[in-house]
Design a protein around this ligand. Sequence first.
Ligand SMILES: Cc1cc2nc3c(=O)[nH]c(=O)nc-3n(C[C@H](O)[C@H](O)[C@H](O)COP(=O)(O)OP(=O)(O)OC[C@H]3O[C@@H](n4cnc5c(N)ncnc54)[C@H](O)[C@@H]3O)c2cc1C
Length: 338
Amino acid sequence: MEVKNQVSLAEFNSFGLSVNAPLFLEVTSSLALQKVLKDPRFKNALILGGGSNVLLLQNLSRPVIKISIPGIRVVEENEQSAIVSAGAGVVWHDLVMWCIANNLGGIENLSLIPGLVGAAPIQNIGAYGVELKDVFHNAIGIGRKTGDSKIFEAEDCEFGYRDSIFKNELKDKYVITTLRLSLIKSNHKLNLEYGGISQTLDEMGVVAPTLDDVARAVIRIRRKKLPDPSKLGNAGSFFKNPIVLKSKAAKIIKDFPNMPAFTIDENFTKIPAGWLIEKAGFKGKVFGNVGMHKNQALVLVNYGAATGAELWEHAQRVMGAVLSKFDVELEPEVNLIN
Ligand SMILES: Cc1cc2nc3c(=O)[nH]c(=O)nc-3n(C[C@H](O)[C@H](O)[C@H](O)COP(=O)(O)OP(=O)(O)OC[C@H]3O[C@@H](n4cnc5c(N)ncnc54)[C@H](O)[C@@H]3O)c2cc1C
């Protein structure tokens, strides 16, 4: 394990922000991680996966531990299903592709989500009608204070919309080292209802879709809609879609009858944050080095030379405008790192 000094994190965050970390260490095994967590120099370290859900606001005063624990394997199976175990450092999309190659269904709709496996439970990643929680078996985490390892079952994780116990009560308390998913081996139940998957399959001329076809459709849609972070710095959706009281949604619909809205339950409605941002006038509008993307207003973009502070300032500008126009508070989905 080589501890490096003053490392630029430009390559390690999808906004492409070139802030420095005073110390940087890449760990490739749970044992190595346990060892480094005992090292007082790394006490308050930032745990970094692929850096695709963080906004680094300035040069860090704390070290970085980059998680690179490899490995994918089936650990248990029966006729219908299999438990797949993956190291926290595996690239999420590589895991999806591995599962599809092995005819294991359940995460094909989560194709092309950037980042690593270890971060997937942190915000319960989701896309196209599927969330991690739908296939989650359990996860192993190492306690940052004790160095002990603990198995988290689904009910321990308090999964919610882009949320889990690891963003709340257990924030910065555990490092995930292994994720285990429960996947289906045959008679796959494909989830085609969401976000134009069926239509895209039609365009592709697919009549009887396989797991691979669904993944290819999702990849096609995502490539059309979302900017590629290697070309244009971004962290995907910057804000969560707000969930508001039905009465508030009804008030907005009075003025904007075409507002898209999704019923959560008898009391609450989810409104697409991208729609609110667009109606507040920010879609595609550039402010110096930053702006909300022209195809997807929910994506905050670094046009090249932005700082973390500039990006955050713009995010706050957008939040302020949405609040004053709609009386709706936007909450960042991306983790702000000081
Ligand atoms: C273009 C684009 C599209 C995206 N689309 C989606 C989408 O469709 N759905 C979706 O849900 N997300 C999406 N995201 C967000 C992002 O891909 C996910 O949040 C992903 O899980 C982040 O993984 P990461 O390894 O990059 O995490 P990082 O950014 O490295 O870390 C995120 C947070 O998790 C913590 N963390 C990381 N690894 C661990 C670990 N092993 N143990 C404990 N804590 C850890 C970090 O400290 C940080 O707080 C998108 C991002 C981009 C750039």
